[in-house]
Ligand binder design. Structure first.
Ligand code: ASP
Length: 312
């Protein structure tokens, strides 16, 4: 059998069993399972890894549970500003959108940027104009906003005023739920996709690692496909997703060792987060240095696995 499979994440952060109600845990597991199976179904019928990662990420963008699409976290003005990117490991083509406010599924627009424009990254109004030209239906920003995220923003703004160490630590607990998927198809092609609302209470216009090829997303058939989640500034400074690939290409590390090394580097700078990766043989890695990461994988005919809590 030709190797194929998919790995997904729904964000890394403070995810403790004691803090997640049984109902919510069940909802997360169901949503992760649906995303995983949607992506896997594309691969099983011989579809491309690009179509698989878009299918999986679209489901998580549409779920209010995750910090992407509907249910995205809010910036300091109470607005959802969304970032996403996608990369094709076969051609090394990439597409991304940053700070979009009206595109229902940013990952689908990132795909259109890759497939239908000569560019790699579009921002804000330019991205939305491109979306209109491509026939995307735009939604109101209120479509993305949930009561839960409004409450989180209020709490985050109160904590930010306090400026104490414990308030800062508590603040870190808000921002997770970014979604991503990496896949290997039956033709040996790798792809990666990531989508997020960014960080709670971020300044308007702040862009993180997620829409940046090489930082939050990277895929190369010669090595692996990677999607990251966590404190984006650290993923940008370590060029995290590309670094996993570079460690495999230049130092001969396997996907597991390369992925762990990058999370170690992020941790050494004081950053928190996790990433998912898959290589050409369908070997996977899901390291994180937070208490948990919503995640799942279904690879090489094995049954689907969905996990939430820690130690990787
Ligand atoms: N990496 C995302 C960002 O910094 C957030 C996250 O993954 O939690 O925008």
């Amino acid at each position: 059998m030709k190797p194929f499979g998919i790995v997904i994440h729904g964000g890394a952060g403070t995810v403790l069993k004691a803090k997640l109600s049984p109902d919510l845990e069940r909802d997360y597991r169901t949503a992760l399972g649906q995303a995983l199976n949607a992506g896997h179904a594309v691969l099983a019928r011989g579809g491309t890894s690009l179509d698989a990662v878009v299918a999986a990420v679209t489901i998580m963008e549409d779920s209010p549970l995750f910090n992407a699409g509907k249910g995205a976290v809010l910036n300091s003005d109470g607005v959802a500003e969304l970032d996403a990117s996608i990369m094709d490991g076969h051609t090394l083509a990439g597409g991304g959108v940053a700070a979009v406010k009206r595109v229902k599924n940013p990952i689908q627009l990132a795909r259109a940027v890759m497939d239908k424009s000569p560019h790699v990254l579009f921002t804000s109004e330019g991205a939305e104009n491109f979306a209109k030209q491509q026939g995307f239906t735009l939604v109101r920003n209120s479509y993305f906003i949930t009561d839960h995220r409004k409450q989180e923003l209020k709490k985050a703004q109160e904590l930010e005023k306090k400026k104490s160490k414990s308030a800062k630590a508590e603040l870190e607990e808000f921002s997770f739920g970014t979604v991503g998927a990496v896949a290997l198809d039956k033709n040996g092609n790798l792809a990666a996709a990531t989508s997020t609302g960014g960080r709670t209470n971020k300044k308007p216009g702040r862009v993180g690692d997620t829409p940046i090829i090489g930082a939050g997303t990277y895929a190369n058939n010669a090595t692996c496909a990677v999607s990251g989640t966590g404190h984006g500034e650290f993923f940008m400074r370590t060029v995290a997703a590309h670094e996993v690939s570079a460690l495999m290409e230049h130092r001969g590390l396997d996907v597991e060792a390369a992925a762990r090394e990058v999370i170690r580097k992020i941790g050494a700078l004081g950053g928190e987060g996790g990433l998912i990766a898959i290589d050409r043989a369908g070997r996977v890695a899901l390291p994180f240095n937070t208490s948990g990461m919503y995640r799942g994988h279904r690879v090489n005919g094995q049954p689907p696995v969905v996990e939430i809590f820690g130690k990787p």
